[in-house]
Design a protein around this ligand. Structure first.
Ligand code: PMP
Length: 441
């Protein structure tokens, strides 16, 4: 029943992102054609349980009727309107609603179309902010090893993935990196690891080297997702906040993954009780239905631009589709869905069951570490000696054959199910992975 597979000829034009194109196009194809709730349907008609919320993004599950209806209605009412010098009501209504769930004083919102654009936007706002307040020498940006902030030039510069950086020249200058937070003594920790808060003190060394007067911002993911689910050690983020305050450095949280209930609170900033100055979002902002990203900034940052700008336009930055009407309509319906169904609290309630379930894989074949928080987990496998293909990729294939979608990065399995997941579905995810590990050499 391969009737939904495009012809071999039609498969040639799409240059697939972050994918071994040659292998995909010549090998066995994995295509998804329908989605509903916790499930996808594959092109050959099989039901696939989604353990990854698509790509960490369909937090309320797939094809939620309320969100679909809102998009359809908006598409039929007004397909597009600019937000440069003119606007449409939904952009205001959506950002107002979103500001209601944002923590602290992060109440002003710049809209983008993706997480990459959100990360680059946040870095640009940080630089412009210091300049606006007469601190134009504060230009240095501090990222972290094993960080992922999308694929824009800013994002890959502060990011910490060698393969994402090495082909693209010198990148931004004036960037330093903190050490990543994955320590061997923390393996198999349930939730937040005990050891390593002092890794934040590396910022003091960077300040000692360059002087705080040259440093604009530190950007981190509260939980590093795409690089293998790295949970921050207890107290680490608080320590970073203290050091940023001490040295007048802005703290940016990239919450593209940790936002919208993933950790069992609206944002990672809520979960950890740490206030960033800027917060990047995307993915779950529209339940992934229409592309959108955003940066929330503190009232203090926004007011600085409004008070100190000597040009009528306070920030020379934006996108044709900043605040696209379809994305705004989807965003409002998404926030209502999260609220009506109490999905963030549901994730918090389900987290202990999730934790026990994923850690039950501790004795499974090849497993050398398991990490979890909220409804996210990483399962790290022993890499094969000198092998070209990661073991985890084979596990991915086997799981897909057995009706489960997981995500792999290197030899780490990452899972982030929709927040509507039920306990028997968690059990099925774990048993499918256990079997796939057992039969993988
Ligand atoms: N930041 C983080 C923390 C992410 O996880 C991602 C995507 N996984 C991005 C930025 C980039 O988002 P996008 O792919 O929408 O550009």
């Amino acid at each position: 029943m391969d009737d939904r597979l495009p012809s071999p000829d039609a498969m040639q034009s799409f240059w697939m992102p972050f994918t071994p194109n040659r292998a995909f196009k010549s090998g066995r194809h994995k295509l998804l054609v329908e989605a509903d709730g916790m499930f996808y349907k594959s092109h050959d008609g099989r039901e696939i349980l989604d353990a990854t919320s698509g790509l960490w993004c369909s937090n309320a599950g797939h094809n939620r009727p309320k969100i679909t209806a809102a998009i359809q209605k908006q598409a039929a009412t007004m397909d597009f309107a600019p937000t440069f010098n003119i606007a449409h009501p939904l952009a205001f209504e959506f950002t107002h609603k979103l500001s209601g769930i944002l923590p602290y004083d992060l109440k002003k919102i710049f809209l983008t179309n993706s997480g990459s654009e959100a990360a680059d936007t946040a870095l640009k706002i940080a630089l412009a902010y210091h300049r606006m307040r007469g601190q134009g020498a504060k230009t240095r940006l501090i990222g972290r090893e094993r960080a992922y902030h999308g694929t824009g030039f800013g994002g890959i510069s502060v990011g910490g993935l060698v393969k994402n950086r090495m082909s693209f020249g010198t990148l931004l200058t004036g960037v330093d990196h903190l050490p990543h937070t994955h320590l061997p003594e923390n393996v198999f920790t349930k939730g937040e690891p005990e050891h390593g808060a002092d890794l934040a003190d590396a910022l003091e060394r960077i300040v000692a080297l360059h002087d705080a007067s040259t440093i604009a911002a530190v950007i981190v993911e509260p939980v590093a997702g795409s690089t293998g689910v790295l949970i921050p050690p207890k107290g680490y983020l608080k320590r970073l906040r203290e050091l940023c305050d001490k040295h007048d450095i802005l703290l940016i949280f990239d919450e593209v993954i940790t936002g919208f209930g993933r950790l069992g609170a609206a944002f990672g900033a809520d979960y950890f009780g740490v206030r960033p100055d800027l917060l990047c979002m995307a993915k779950g902002i529209t339940n992934a239905t229409v592309p959108m990203g955003a940066v929330a900034v503190s009232n203090r940052i926004y007011d600085t631009f409004m008070q100190a700008s000597d040009t009528p336009i306070e920030l020379f930055h934006g996108y044709t589709y900043s605040g696209h009407p379809l994305a705004c309509a989807a965003g409002i319906a998404t926030l209502e869905t999260y609220e009506d169904e109490g999905l963030f609290a549901r994730a918090a309630d389900m987290a202990p069951y999730w934790q026990d379930a994923v850690h039950s894989l501790r004795d499974a074949r090849h497993v050398i570490d398991i990490r979890n928080l909220g409804l996210v987990a990483g399962i790290e496998l022993q890499p094969r000696e000198g092998a070209a293909t990661a073991r985890a990729l084979e596990v991915f294939d086997r799981c897909f054959d057995d009706g489960l979608l997981i995500r792999v990065t290197g030899d780490i399995i990452a899972m982030s199910p929709p927040l509507i997941v039920e306990k028997p579905q968690i059990d099925r995810m774990i048993e499918t992975i256990r079997y796939a590990l057992a039969v993988t050499e």
